[in-house]
Ligand binder design. Structure first.
Ligand code: PGI
Length: 495
């Protein structure tokens, strides 16, 4: 197999506003989101739900964006996945802005945002934030980077979600965020506004990042807001997140132009059977975690977590391209209790940090097994929906940079197999991430950057793996001198 990528392949990085923006000036601090409050909450810090690290000490992209775009150019990139923060643009409620909603029970079937409503939204928007985003995006475009603009990467404005109140009342009192169908309507307004305001600058769009992570980690005992553990609430959030995607899709098509390419980014984590007798369990896991969602937005069949099967024409055909985020796998065993499988510890995401998995494969600082074959599987799982794909995240928490180079090469090698052997239509690879940043509840210790950031001085220093990635990007393939890193395990993995 020749180790070149198709002509015109997109090479880039992905980032999230909340993880990158704050840190270099008092002006950059946005205290108006649920995540900001969540990370500062005393109870969360005391209980160890969050690390105690706060976004105000972050890498400071809101002010230093030109520096970081410069590094992207140094790497030879031609794409950048950017993100706007809802709570910056609308720190105050937009509920009073009248729009036409076709709703039935909890189903939000359509939202129409008129020109007049857009003007009202424009009056309410925080102009300093809107202008800053315009500066940031114009700078990206001037440098020849394609802008893939993502609307939602997890923080919600406080007027949409009070995570402490929701946590403390078990989801009864709010504002209740994704537990409330009204959030779908407000998100549609936000999408309409961003499309209208930045339609001239975005080359591709995505409505949101990993809805599946939001409804699982936030509502099934994880450390994300609102920190609940309740299957019914997780399901309610999932249904609203699917609807929010579909309604935002409609707004982007309406206000950024019919030819706007609108996608969704999903955490595709392939479940593999522990043994032959667990094959059905693995299929169940993939259906429960992944396939039901894509069936909803392609065919209009809504069976959340694989249960039920309601027709929803208003969800059908709501995706032009699919972003696959891949980090590791899950190994599953059949289980009599619902949902019919359980995840085995010691493999995939469930390993000890910076050690070896039960399969003898190295793990990251996060305890995620390095499993490059899973990327090929993830792509093949999504191929059936017949849409162009892009790897929208792939990377590793590796402060010492001992694994990152061969992590990248071995994953790209499996991606090449998916493209050339399996015929998958993958248009680009966006690495997570360009620079070290705030890893949500885990804080600054988890370092995903190709470029190291000294969080005190805000200085950037490229890691050795950045040079490796740069050589790949500049040759649009795996150069000969790196070909030995493709096969796995190899000498650098310590395996
Ligand atoms: O953890 C690295 C990155 C985050 O920094 C990104 O914001 C987020 O989009 N990451 C890994 C995943 N998703 C993202 C994979 C799924 C996952 C999310 C949260 C696994 C564990 C916790």
């Amino acid at each position: 197999m020749n180790l070149e990528f198709p002509k015109g392949f997109l090479w880039g990085i992905s980032m999230a506003a909340f993880q990158y923006e704050m840190g270099a000036s008092p002006d950059s601090v946005d205290p108006n989101s649920d995540w900001y409050v969540w990370l500062h909450d005393r109870q969360n810090v005391e209980k160890g739900v969050v690390s105690g690290d706060v976004p105000e000490n972050g890498p400071g992209y809101y002010d230093l964006f030109r520096v970081d775009h410069g590094w992207a150019c140094w790497l030879g990139l031609n794409a950048w996945r950017g993100n706007v923060e809802w709570s910056r643009i609308f720190p105050k409620s937009t509920r009073d802005v009248k729009v036409h909603v076709d709703a039935e029970g909890g189903a939000i079937r359509s939202v129409e945002v008129s020109e007049e409503a857009l003007k009202r939204l424009d009056e309410m928007a925080n102009k300093a934030a809107v202008n800053r985003y315009r500066e940031i995006f114009e700078d990206l475009k001037c440098r020849g980077l394609k802008l893939i603009l993502n609307l939602y990467h997890w923080p919600l404005p406080l007027w949409v979600h009070d995570p402490i109140k929701v946590r403390d009342t078990g989801g009864r009192e709010g504002p209740r965020g994704w537990l409330d169908a009204e959030t779908v309507v407000e998100f549609a307004k936000f999408a309409a506004y961003v499309a209208w305001k930045f339609g001239d600058l975005a080359d591709m769009w995505c409505t949101m990042n990993e809805p599946n992570v939001v409804w699982s980690i936030g509502y099934t005992g994880g450390n994300f807001p609102p920190g609940l553990n309740d299957y019914a609430l997780s399901l309610a959030a999932a249904v609203n997140l699917v609807q929010a995607h579909a309604r935002a899709y409609d707004q982007l098509k309406e206000h950024a132009g019919r030819d706007a390419q609108v996608g969704i980014i999903y955490a595709v984590t392939p479940a593999e059977p522990a043994a032959d007798e667990d094959r059905e369990a693995a299929e169940t896991a993939n259906r429960v975690m992944t396939h039901w969602y894509f069936e909803a937005i392609t065919e209009g069949r809504l069976a959340p977590f694989g249960v039920g099967g309601e027709r929803r024409e208003d969800l059908k055909g709501r995706v032009d391209w699919i972003g696959v985020n891949y980090y590791s796998r899950l190994l599953v065993k059949a289980d009599e209790r619902p949902p019919g499988y359980r995840v085995l510890p010691g493999y995939g995401f469930a390993c000890k940090p910076a050690s070896k998995s039960e399969a003898g494969l190295p793990t990251s600082d996060f305890g995620w097994e390095i499993y490059p074959w899973g990327l090929r599987k993830a792509v093949n799982m999504i191929k059936r929906y017949g849409k162009p794909m892009m790897i929208t995240e792939n990377g590793i928490a590796d402060a010492s940079d001992r694994h990152r180079s061969w992590y990248i090469v071995s994953h790209l090698y499996q991606l090449l197999k998916a493209i050339k052997v399996d015929g998958a239509d993958v248009r680009g690879y966006l690495h997570w991430s360009l620079i070290d940043n705030l890893e949500w509840a885990s804080g600054f210790k988890m370092r995903f950057g190709l470029i190291y950031v000294d969080m005190k001085t805000k200085q950037r220093y490229p890691r050795p793996s950045a040079y490796v990635f740069r050589d790949i990007v500049c040759s649009n393939g795996i150069p000969d001198y790196l070909a030995a890193y493709a096969e796995y395990p190899n000498i650098l993995s310590g395996a």
